[in-house]
Ligand binder design. Sequence first.
Ligand code: ZN
Length: 131
Amino acid sequence: MDDLYREVIIEHYKNPSYRGKLVPHDISFADNNPLCGDHIQIDLRVNKDGVVTEAMFDGHGCAISQASADLLMEFVIGKPLGEVKLLNKQDILDMLGIDLGPVRLKCALLSLKVLKAGVYGLGEAGDDLVE
Ligand code: ZN
């Protein structure tokens, strides 16, 4: 398993740039990946033009779940919500730069599910959000 963890993932896991909470925030959502025990909360600030100005995540879990959240926060800052809504599974895999089996894929996609459920104002984060 260890050879799957690229250095970039370990670095984002150990030294995340966007870990924390935004108070106040415009969008906040949280969910779990019960298969692995990962938990992610994402807070966003959005300006009047609908552009993400600040993004932070909080939570706990495996290296892939936490690193993908950190990479995703970095990516969405400065992006319009319309663009955030279009992010998909492949975008996350490109950020991580590794191939993942089905179990680890759920870890990697948790942050995107949480982000999109929050942006769409949904009450739950379904798998269909990340297809
Ligand atoms: Zn996990």
